[in-house]
Design a protein around this ligand. Structure first.
Ligand code: HSE
Length: 407
C-alpha cells in the first residue's frame, strides 16, 4: 500500500481524490500496489464530507509522517507551494504537481533535489491538463532532436477566440460569458495576457532543449487587442486567429514567442477549438507529431496528476531522469524572427502608395462595411524590419501569421 497526501482540496485536489477512488482497482494493477490518500492539507474544514477525517491544517503533519511516500501539490501559486514541495522532497517524499507557476519558477531546482535523493518531481498536469505531453517529451521522443513545439496551451483564450470567430461577438462580451460559465477567472489577466501560455511553453522548451528558459524572457502578447473586425479579415483570408505559444530551433538558437497568430485551414492547429488544447511537435527523426485534448478541468487534470503518482510508486528509489538542467538558456533575439504579418491600416484601398513604400508589396484585402481602412499581408520579414516599416504608416492592428509548421 502506498500512502499519499494531497495539498489543496480545490477543484484539482478533489478530482485527484475522486480518480483514486473511482479507478482504485485498475490503478492498483498499474502501480503494483494500492494507492490510498491518507491526508489532505487545506485551510478549510469540510463538515459532513467524508474527506473531513483526512483534513489536516499543518503541513508538518504530512512532512513528518513516515508513511506518506508521495505528496500531490495542487494548491497553485508559487508560495507557499514551493516551500511545501521543497520540504516534502527534503523529507524523502516524491512530489507530483499540476502547478505551472511553481514549475516555471523553480522546476530545475526541484528536479535537482529529487535527483540527488533518488526521488521524483513530476508535473505532467502543469502543461496541457490531461494531455500527455511532459512524459512524451521526456521519455517517448528521446531519439529525436526537437526542432519545434507550437501549441494552443490555454483553454480560456481558445474558448474566447473560438466564440468571437463563430458568433462575431466582441472580446468583452465573450470574456464576460466565459466568466459566467466558469471558463475564465474573475481576474482573467494570467490567461488573456498570455502569461499562462508563456509559462507552459517555457516548461516545454526547457524540457525539450535541456536548459532553463526564463519565462520572463519570452516575448508575450495576449488576446485583449483582438477585435471582431480582425476576425472579419481573418475569415476573408480563410484563416482563424489563435493564441500560439511556440519555440523552435534555428541555426543552433532557440526562439520563443507567445502571441495571437493567424493560421490557415491547412495548419495542424486550425481545428483546435473551444477550451481544447493542441500541441504540434516536430522532431528531426519522427517528423510531425500532434497532441490534442482537454487542457484543463477537474478530472482531465486529475487524471494526469494521478498518472504521475502511479509513476512515482512504480519508480520508488529511482529517479526518472529529465534533461532539464539549471543552466540558463539564452534565447535567440525575438526581433530576428522572420514571418509574414497581416496589417490593418487607415486609408483607402485604392491608394496603396504608403503601404507599398513601407513594405514593398501590399495587395489589399477589404471587408464589406469597414470603411476608411484596408488590410494586407506583408512579405516575410524580421520582427525588427516589420516594426520599422509599421512606424511609417497608420497601423490599426497587426497579427502575425504562422506558416512555420508543415502545411
Ligand atoms: N487557465 C488555464 C487554461 C487552466 O485556461 O488553460 C489550465 O492550465
Amino acid at each position: 500500500m502506498a500512502k499519499i497526501a494531497v495539498l489543496g482540496y480545490g477543484t484539482v485536489g478533489s478530482g485527484v481524490v475522486e480518480v483514486i477512488s473511482t479507478n482504485s482497482a485498475s490503478i492498483e494493477k498499474k502501480a503494483g500496489e494500492k494507492i490510498e490518500v491518507k491526508s489532505v492539507l487545506d485551510l478549510r474544514d469540510f463538515p459532513g464530507d467524508p474527506i473531513q477525517e483526512k483534513i489536516v491544517h499543518d503541513i508538518d503533519v504530512i512532512i513528518q509522517d513516515p508513511e506518506i511516500e508521495v505528496v500531490v501539490e495542487v494548491m497553485g501559486g508559487v508560495e507557499p507551494a514551493f516551500t511545501f514541495v521543497k520540504k516534502a522532497l527534503e523529507a524523502g517524499k516524491s512530489v507530483c504537481t499540476s502547478n505551472k507557476a511553481l514549475v516555471a519558477a523553480h522546476g530545475p531546482q526541484l528536479l535537482q533535489i529529487a535527483r540527488e535523493r533518488q526521488l521524483n518531481f513530476m508535473f505532467e498536469a502543469s502543461v496541457g491538463g490531461g494531455i500527455p505531453i511532459i512524459r512524451p517529451l521526456n521519455q517517448s521522443l528521446t531519439a529525436d532532436e526537437i526542432n519545434q513545439i507550437t501549441g494552443i496551451l490555454n483553454g480560456t483564450t481558445n474558448y474566447i477566440l473560438t466564440k468571437m470567430s463563430r458568433d462575431g461577438s466582441s472580446y468583452e462580451d465573450v470574456l464576460k460569458e466565459a466568466q459566467e460559465l466558469g471558463y475564465a477567472e474573475r481576474d482573467p489577466e494570467a490567461d488573456v495576457e498570455g502569461y499562462d501560455a508563456c509559462r507552459k511553453i517555457a516548461i516545454l522548451t526547457s524540457l525539450a532543449f535541456g536548459a532553463t528558459v526564463q519565462f520572463e524572457e519570452i516575448r508575450t502578447e495576449g488576446i485583449t487587442k483582438i477585435t471582431t473586425e480582425d476576425f472579419k479579415y481573418a475569415e476573408k483570408l480563410g484563416c482563424v486567429i489563435k493564441l500560439l505559444a511556440s519555440s523552435r530551433k534555428k541555426d543552433g538558437r532557440v526562439y520563443a514567442i507567445t502571441a495571437p497568430f493567424m493560421l490557415n485551414k491547412d495548419h495542424p492547429l486550425y481545428n483546435v477549438n473551444d477550451v481544447l488544447n493542441g500541441i504540434y511537435i516536430n522532431g528531426n527523426v519522427i517528423g510531425d507529431v500532434m497532441f490534442f485534448g482537454a487542457g484543463a478541468g477537474k478530472l482531465p487534470t486529475a487524471s494526469a496528476v494521478v498518472a504521475d503518482v502511479v509513476d512515482c510508486v512504480k519508480h520508488k528509489g529511482k529517479n526518472v531522469m529529465t534533461i532539464w538542467s539549471m543552466e540558463k538558456m539564452e534565447l535567440g533575439d525575438a526581433d530576428d524572427e522572420e514571418r509574414r504579418f497581416f496589417v490593418r491600416v487607415k486609408g483607402d484601398a485604392s491608394d496603396l502608395s504608403a503601404a507599398r513604400d513601407a513594405f514593398g508589396q501590399a495587395d489589399p484585402v477589404t471587408v464589406d462595411g469597414l470603411a476608411g481602412e484596408f488590410g494586407f499581408v506583408t512579405p516575410k520579414m524580421t520582427e525588427r524590419a516589420f516594426a520599422e516599416a509599421a512606424g511609417k504608416i497608420s497601423v490599426i492592428n497587426r497579427i502575425r501569421i504562422d506558416d512555420t509548421v508543415l502545411q
